[in-house]
Design a protein around this ligand. Structure first.
Ligand code: ADP
Length: 259
């Protein structure tokens, strides 16, 4: 973690707007994430948090504005543009923004190691041997060295999610996007996943995470962004939350649900 905001942000989102049919889901979003920074996005259900992450990861188009990573334009503003880029190109760009999903999204017929290896071989062009070594390294790092040959169905939810994290970081992304990664877990499995995230944060991984774990967000983030109705409604360092709450009724109402 660091608190330097001065350098060019690693992720720079400007004026991004997005509608699904008549529903305006994102209104002119501006958001920066500096290299090494950990930013948590919180907010009520339906406020556009997941849609924003999906725009950064090319899973969703946006209507206007710009999204840059390391100064290069990413994402796409229309479906035709997406098709022009082709799947392989998209997969390569997606690897720069490793994403971990609420529902794990592991391939059920592949072992933990094979799930991690797949992108390394197909997208990063690693040999099978290299991919296996990298997969073993990262599965060890998330505490699953003894589970590398297990299928997802043989793993707990917390273990599956740790494979999901290993799969994303093994690709050496510039930024890790975490979308409510503990929401589908039984409460007793949440901490083993948050511990892995905390460790990555301490090692300097740049992260943008959508989370309902408010205590964790306060504890592990450099900055917290509160979204409401498709807009950035408030943002600041965790220590500034009381002051932000004092001047933002929506934030106050939202946080009061967590006490
Ligand atoms: P959050 O992550 O904050 O809960 P979302 O980004 O999931 O919010 O959703 C924001 C709004 O966009 C919601 O009203 C949701 O119903 C709508 N939405 C999300 N995905 C789609 C979709 N594929 N088609 C139509 N509406 C969608």
């Amino acid at each position: 973690m660091n608190n330097t905001q001065s350098a060019t942000p690693l992720l720079r989102i400007r004026n991004v707007a997005k509608a699904f049919g008549p529903v305006q889901v994102l209104h002119s979003i501006d958001m920066d994430v500096a290299k090494g920074e950990v930013v948590s996005v919180i907010g009520p259900s339906g406020s556009g948090k997941t849609t924003l992450l999906r725009c950064v990861n090319f899973l969703e188009s946006y209507d206007s504005g710009s999204i840059q990573i390391d100064g290069a334009e990413v994402g796409y503003r229309d479906a035709a543009n997406q098709q022009r880029r082709g799947e392989r190109d998209l997969a390569r760009m997606r690897a720069e923004t490793g994403m971990v999903f609420q529902s794990f999204n592991l391939f059920p017929h592949l072992t933990a190691a094979e799930n991690v290896m797949l992108g390394l071989q197909k997208v990063r062009g690693k040999s099978k041997k290299e991919a296996r070594e990298i997969a073993e390294h990262w599965l060890n790092r998330v505490g699953l060295g003894h589970r590398i040959n297990n299928l997802p169905s043989e793993l707990s939810g917390g273990q599956q999610q740790r494979v999901g994290i290993a799969r994303a970081v093994a690709m050496d992304p510039k930024i890790l996007l975490l979308d409510e990664i503990t929401s589908a877990l039984d409460p007793e499995l949440v901490n083993e996943v948050l511990d892995v995230v905390r460790q990555l944060a301490e090692e300097g991984m740049t992260m943008l995470m959508v989370t309902h774990e408010i205590a964790f967000a306060r504890d592990a983030s450099d900055r917290i962004i509160f979204m409401a109705d498709g807009k950035v409604s408030a943002q600041g360092e965790p220590k500034d939350l009381p002051a932000l709450v004092a001047e933002n009724e929506r934030l106050k109402a939202f946080l009061s649900r967590f006490h």
